[in-house]
Design a protein. Structure first.
Length: 233
């Protein structure tokens, strides 16, 4: 079997700051120079087989690569670094989520092909229970968790939007928790409180979840419960 592509330091990080340079934030330039440091620290942890630690460090590499305007290839390399670490940590579904962030990259395609072979040997997951992710940018994932609770399901949503300076000041957040019935893999969360009214439709489809929101749920700016989420647990 071909080996997973290992490209931890396979690029020279040439930083361009077309967007962040206009922001009055004195730490940005200095922090962008640390991208290669994250790659090196992650590589050390990886080689020491501290894979969970390596994944955390490579998440920082990916996040700052995005903020600092590195090339698509450099960002894809960072995603692959996270994915490889997660694979060795046994987090195969989370690794797949990272590889799906750069589907046209040759490294992602190669590693995804080999990862799919491993996933094919895993037990088939049935039912909606699990954790689902959608990438919010800069190393942060919106998350929906589904747990059985009697004849119903406990559903907890934590949505995020990462603004340009989110790594300094944190993301915008939106949340809801509800006990709902799921019938034919579908359910709807209804919120009708004070001036806030919204319906969040959820459709569970094996390894993915489709969400669609109508109305105002009172989430943070630009936070939505919409689009495709992938199962990671």
């Amino acid at each position: 079997m071909k080996a997973l592509i290992f490209l931890l330091l396979a690029y020279a990080a040439t930083v361009s700051l077309p967007a962040v340079a206009r922001i009055d934030e004195p730490d940005v330039d200095a922090d962008c120079l640390k991208v290669t440091d994250y790659a090196a620290l992650g590589k050390t942890a990886y080689q020491q087989r501290e894979y969970a630690k390596a994944a955390d460090i490579f998440r920082d590499q990916a996040a700052w690569s995005e903020v600092c305007g590195l090339s698509e290839q450099a960002i894809a390399t960072a995603y692959n670094n996270v994915a490889l670490s997660l694979i060795h940590a046994g987090e195969l579904l989370k690794a797949r989520a990272y590889l799906e962030l750069a589907p046209d990259d040759s490294k992602s395609q190669h590693n995804m092909k080999l990862l799919q072979q491993r996933l094919a040997r895993q037990p088939v997951v049935t039912g909606p229970a699990g954790v689902y992710w959608q990438y919010a940018g800069r190393g942060v994932w919106s998350e929906l968790e589904v747990k059985p609770k009697g004849k119903r399901w406990q559903i907890a949503y934590a949505g995020y939007y990462m603004p340009l300076m989110g790594l300094y000041y944190g993301p915008n957040i939106g949340e809801f928790t509800a006990e709902l019935a799921i019938e034919q893999n579908k359910t709807v969360y209804h919120q009708h409180e004070d001036s806030l009214e919204c319906d969040v439709q959820m459709h569970f489809m094996g390894d993915a979840l489709e969400m669609k929101t109508a109305g105002d749920c009172g989430f943070g700016h630009n936070v939505r419960a919409d689009g495709r989420f992938v199962r990671v647990e």
